[in-house]
Design a protein around this ligand. Sequence first.
Ligand code: ADP
Ligand code: MG
Length: 613
Amino acid sequence: MKEKEARIASEKVQGLLSEDLKKAEQEKLAADHQIASQKDMYKRLQEYNTSLQQYNSKLQTELSTANESLKKVEKEKLAIVENLSTLRGHYNTLQEQLTSSRASVDEAVRLKESLVNEVKCLREELHRVREDRDRQVSEVQALTADLLKFREKTGKSFMELDNLTIKSNALQETCSSQLEQIRILQHQLAAANEKLKMADLSTIETKVKFDEQKRTIVELQERLENAELQLSEGEQLRKKLHNTILELKGNIRVFCRVRPMFSDDGSGTETVISYPTSTETLGRGIELLQSGGQKYPFTFDKVFSHEASQQDVFVEISQLVQSALDGYKVCIFAYGQTGSGKTYTMLGKPDAPKQKGLIPRSLEQIFQTSQVLSAQGWKYKLQASMLEIYNETIRDLLLPNRSNPSDMTRGESGVSGKQYTIKHDANGNAYVPDLTIVDVCSIQEITLLLEQAAQSRSVGKTLMNEQSSRSHSVFTLRISGVNENTEQQVQGVLNLIDLAGSERLSRSGATGDRLKETQAINKSLSCLSDVIFALAKREDHVPFRNSKLTTLLQPCLGGDSKTLMFVNISPESSSVGESLCSLRFAARVNACEIGVPRRHTAIRSADSRLSYG
Ligand code: ADP
Ligand code: MG
């Protein structure tokens, strides 16, 4: 039963429980519903909250800007307040000033009144004082009149007294200073005297020494002078002997001269010339080095290196020039290619003393010596002429009034177009009639003459386009001397010849005038060598008449004249071929014997006419 009761109770409980469960489930559903609606609410609330937050932040920024502007406004307010307070202070001070100035104005008004009173009193006083013054002025005037009179009397004596005291003071001062000086000087004098005594002693010693030295110097000078004299005598003797030896040998003398290298020679500036230094050939030898390495040695009577000056060259020929004064016929040629220094050697630059050539130096020497010889009774007449031979035509280089050089064409013979011919006189000597002959009477004339000649040549050079190198120029000085005491006569001739350029001219392409010119030079140079070699071989026929140059020089080229040839050499390696030709020709000439020269002297006779020879 109990169990049954328990079962029924549990069944009842079960029923209750299931009902409860149902209720609970229903409640749960309702609760779920509520939750969902709550969630929805929550979401909406959240959205609302965020929008509220945004709004809040906006409001906060606005608040901060409003705060800032408030601060600014407050600051401005503060400033304005300050301003206001200062203005108030200012106002107060101004008001104070106003009150004080009002007070001072009042005071000033009072002062003015008192001053006006005072002025009145003072005016009255002034009036009184003026009256006093007038009285006193009249008194002073009277007194000054008195004073003036008094002063006139005493002034003069006072002045004198003053002057005298000043002077005496000055004198006293100078006196004392001089006394001082005298004392010092006395001291110095004593010291100086002491020194003088010592100096005297040493002077005597040095004087003795000095005298000794003087004596030795005089002795040495005498010895030196003697030695120098001996030396120059020896040198002169050497030259004379050398000349005599050469004359006795009868050879044509040949001097070789090498011109300096020019910096603007361009290619081929390395030198190909050397000078052997053995004592045997010193000053006489020259060696030419060809590009192949071959050496060509030559020896002549003298070789001048590029260092030789015009004076050095002249010294060597001065004896020869001198002999023209003694009655010899002298011929000096310059041979060599164009640009090798022929004109420089012969004429040089007559206006530059150091660069004068052989012609001016010879003229000067002859002129000077002739003057020296006049003391022995010699009277000389010197006549110069200068001509040029171009294309076998003669041109006068000393023709006066050569003012219009454009007239000078080489086809003609000078300004006048005159044809110069060579004539022969009764003795068979050649001369050119109508040629300008200048009597040389002074050194100045020599200078003038050479300037004219140099100008003629240079005019030729520029105008005739280098044709001066294609012509021979012949300078002739005829010398005739008479000795008043001994009735002796001499007739000498000096010929200085600047030959045309000896370079071998290429015949190819040369036509017309050029060909004619080339042929003329070749012909006249070969004529000259023909004549020299014929003379050397003592042939019966010497072809003098084959060219103008040899015809003209016939009397001077024969056996009785002194002939010297300069062979001029350019030092550049580019000229080595021409140099070799020149040196070979010169060596052949040097080997020629043409006989012993002879002097032309005579005792004065009726026929003393001077021919070209
Ligand atoms: P060439 O007459 O043989 O044609 P130049 O005498 O006219 O030759 O010489 C050519 C150049 O060389 C000239 O300018 C000349 O002054 C110069 N000259 C020649 N020889 C010498 C020398 N020994 N010293 C200085 N200059 C020289
Ligand atoms: Mg020349």
